[in-house]
Design a protein around this ligand. Structure first.
Ligand SMILES: [Zn+2]
Length: 307
């Protein structure tokens, strides 16, 4: 087998593996799944190591994955990980030596237009996976690469051939979606972990039935995607909260609009909603993770005003 052929086959198998995993687990994958990787003709191929730029031993020269560590709650994101003015991601070189093996490897990926995988840390031990991504620019002075996210459907030789502008626009679009997804997922996972994956109203502990609700919606100027503006709520209580049927007083007392729930309508209404009237919201112990009182006040005023 020639080297380029082996490289392409391992890469495609890696994409398939991630496709399978995200179908089962969603687009945020645990580190152990990436660490364990997959078997390729009897050889184990890991997808991550302790280094950000990673080339498994089976591949001849070009790295397979690039990883960014998660941002800790309340901390600014690492300076090297941001969206540039061109709408593409920036990724820092390994170390300060532009000619380090891993940096040379990524420049080779750029020259040969080889697709890579991007893992973006969401919270400790959990990564959003995106592929294919391409290195589209390298800046040795700033020690940064420019990374564009693309769509698997366009991998290979398109027929008819696409214009550079079309490729550029499509990649800018997918990169933007990825960036938004990272922020959305980070908020979700940070909130759910702060609440130990339980609904703040009913304590339901079913990850698939839980959401991270915004206290002030993200359309509001103060509706930031941060834990103090979040509540872990089950689907029912999230919908009731967003629909202003269930409100939370600034002292964390639960307030239900019982007049909207007048009908005697069986156990779900009785136990799922009415029973919580006057109860206290279960919130995280650390003060930094609790709902912000000012945000709750503002939201409670909206709840009162709503019909
Ligand atoms: Zn609930």
């Amino acid at each position: 087998v020639s080297a380029p052929d082996l490289d392409a086959r391992v890469r495609l198998r890696a994409f398939e593996f991630l496709e399978e995993q995200t179908r089962i687990l969603g687009d945020v994958l645990p580190h152990r799944v990436l660490k364990e990787g997959f078997l390729f003709e009897g050889t184990r191929v890991h997808l991550v190591s302790r280094q950000g730029i990673f080339k498994p031993a089976i591949l001849p020269e070009i790295p397979l994955t690039i990883t960014t560590a998660p941002t800790l709650p309340g901390k600014p994101p690492p300076y090297h990980d941001f969206l540039g003015d061109d709408g593409f991601l920036r990724y820092r070189y390994r170390g300060n030596d532009a000619n380090h093996r891993e940096n040379v490897g990524l420049r080779l990926a750029m020259a040969r237009k080889v697709p890579l995988i991007y893992f973006r840390g969401i919270v400790t031990g959990e990564y959003l996976a995106r592929w294919p991504v391409f290195v589209v620019h390298s800046n040795p002075m700033a020690l940064t690469f420019t990374i564009a996210v693309d769509d698997m459907r366009y991998l290979g030789d398109p027929s008819p051939p696409e214009s550079d502008t079309a490729v550029q626009l499509r990649r800018a679009y997918h990169t933007r979606l990825t960036y938004e997804r990272v922020h959305q997922r980070t908020f979700q996972r940070q909130v759910l972990l702060a609440y130990q994956e339980r609904c703040a109203v009913c304590r339901l502990h079913q990850r698939r039935l839980l959401d991270a609700a915004h206290i002030l919606p993200d359309t509001h100027p103060r509706g930031e995607p941060v834990v103090p503006n979040g509540l872990a709520l089950c689907k029912l209580h999230h919908a009731a909260f967003d629909g202003n049927i269930l409100g939370v007083r600034p002292d964390l007392k639960i307030d239900l609009k019982l007049h909207l729930l007048d009908d005697a309508d069986g156990p779900m209404l009785e136990h799922g909603l009415k029973d919580f009237q006057g109860g206290i919201l279960h919130v995280p112990r650390p003060a930094s993770l609790r709902p912000d009182r000012g945000l709750l006040e503002e939201r409670y005023a909206l709840f009162r005003k709503a019909g």
